[in-house]
Design a protein around this ligand. Structure first.
Ligand code: FES
Ligand SMILES: [Fe+2]
Length: 388
């Protein structure tokens, strides 16, 4: 049986605002000095059957459809005609930057016989169907039917691409396929995560043989830093030291770097945590945004099956500025930050796939998440609350 109460970090509840820089640094210093970490109120026990039941997965996909979830960062749609096409909860969608500057999201299906208008990402001024060439403007209007005389009854005014409700807030484009507008109000709780001086570096997708929740779990605790990231994160971070906060159904887990110590002899007013911590934002249910020095990753986990997940990664990085020499140095450190983030992601992927195999072993009827892993408890508590 999973427990009903939501485990929360003892100092923080979903209603409190997120810590500001000073509060965060003081909390971290407190943990460093006392060799402690944020603790949840209780452990969480999640039935293994919840990772192995098709019925449960279908309900989770239904939840993704009925929520506003991140589709892509705005930076993936910087210019007019930029598009990102992919499936969300199994439904093919396409997001485009329209002529009027707004991001539009449509069902990615031609109104003739349903062929997808584009795949992956790129830039087009007109969306031309690859099957028979029907052409749609970036606002979705059907502009041209090839040899239109063959379709005397098609009214181009009502045969545009089918729009999907979307919102663009703080540099993230959200879709709410079957979401009510009241659901969108929860997006107001999500802080600005993407810095202004960032650009899109790359878009990547990878299929991984694991349940999507095992993925999210790997991002939400610092208990594995020493054992899993022995040569990557552990040498620059701390063993089992995280600050865990809740906002709405979401969580933020902060992993300080040892360089945070340099703030101890600086006045609090000048404290900057840039490059001195990684923060993982879990945007309920299936999105993780993780910050690294000079870059961040927006990762959307698209469940393809009980044991298969498509990981869509949008890597954003700081724009190098200044003189040629300064830009060169900055570019090097930006690339270093990206390599650091990518290596850590590979290490996580390996343990996640191994955990998936472990579900088959029959050893565990439940997975137990300890007091250090309270953000994972919140994920499962949120799913239980929504799905019963
Ligand atoms: S299916 Fe698109 S033009 Fe025929
Ligand atoms: Fe990890």
């Amino acid at each position: 049986m999973s427990r009903i109460a939501t485990p929360l970090a003892s100092h923080h509840s979903a209603q409190q605002p997120l810590l500001n820089t000073q509060e965060m640094v003081l909390q971290i210093f407190n943990h460093i000095d006392n060799k402690t970490t944020d603790l949840g109120a209780e452990t969480w026990s999640e039935p293994v059957s919840n990772y192995r039941s098709q019925e449960r997965l279908d309900a989770e996909l239904g939840l993704i459809k009925s929520s506003f979830v991140v589709f892509c960062p705005s930076l993936a749609l910087s210019n007019t005609g930029d598009y990102v096409a992919r499936s969300a909860a199994g439904v093919p969608l396409i997001a485009v930057r329209a002529e009027d500057g707004t991001a539009k999201v449509f069902r990615n299906a031609c109104r003739h016989r349903g062929v997808q208008l584009a795949q992956g990402h790129g830039c087009k001024r007109v969306l031309v169907c690859p099957y028979h060439g029907w052409a749609y403007a970036l606002d979705g209007q059907l502009k041209n039917i090839t040899h239109g005389s063959g379709f005397p009854e098609v009214d181009t005014k009502t045969s545009g691409l089918v729009p999907v409700p979307s919102k663009e807030i703080n540099g993230l484009v959200y879709v709410g396929q079957e979401a009510s507008d009241t659901t969108a109000s929860s997006l107001d709780l999500i802080p600005q995560i993407i810095p202004d001086n960032y650009e899109l570096v790359e878009i990547d997708e990878m299929d991984v043989d694991a349940n999507w929740k095992l993925f999210i779990e790997s991002a939400l605790e610092g208990y594995h830093i020493r054992a899993t990231h022995t040569k990557t994160f552990f040498p620059v971070q701390y063993d089992n030291l995280t600050v865990v906060e809740a906002f709405g159904g979401n969580s933020r887990v902060t992993f300080p770097y040892q360089t945070i110590e340099s703030l101890r002899n600086k006045p609090q007013k000048g404290w900057s945590t840039n490059g001195r911590m990684t923060q993982l934002y879990h945007l309920f249910p299936n999105v993780i945004v993780s910050t690294f020095p000079n870059c961040l990753q927006v990762v959307v986990l698209e469940p393809l099956g009980l044991e298969k997940t498509r990981q869509h990664t949008y890597l954003l990085g700081r724009v190098a500025t200044g003189t040629a020499e300064e830009r060169k140095t900055m570019t090097e450190s930006i690339l270093q930050g990206q390599a650091f983030a990518k290596t850590g992601a590979i290490e996580d992927r390996e343990v996640v796939m191994s955990a998936q195999q472990g579900l088959h072993s029959g050893a565990n009827e439940h997975l137990t998440f300890g007091l250090f892993e309270s953000a994972i408890g919140r994920l499962h508590a949120g799913l239980s609350r929504e799905l019963g």
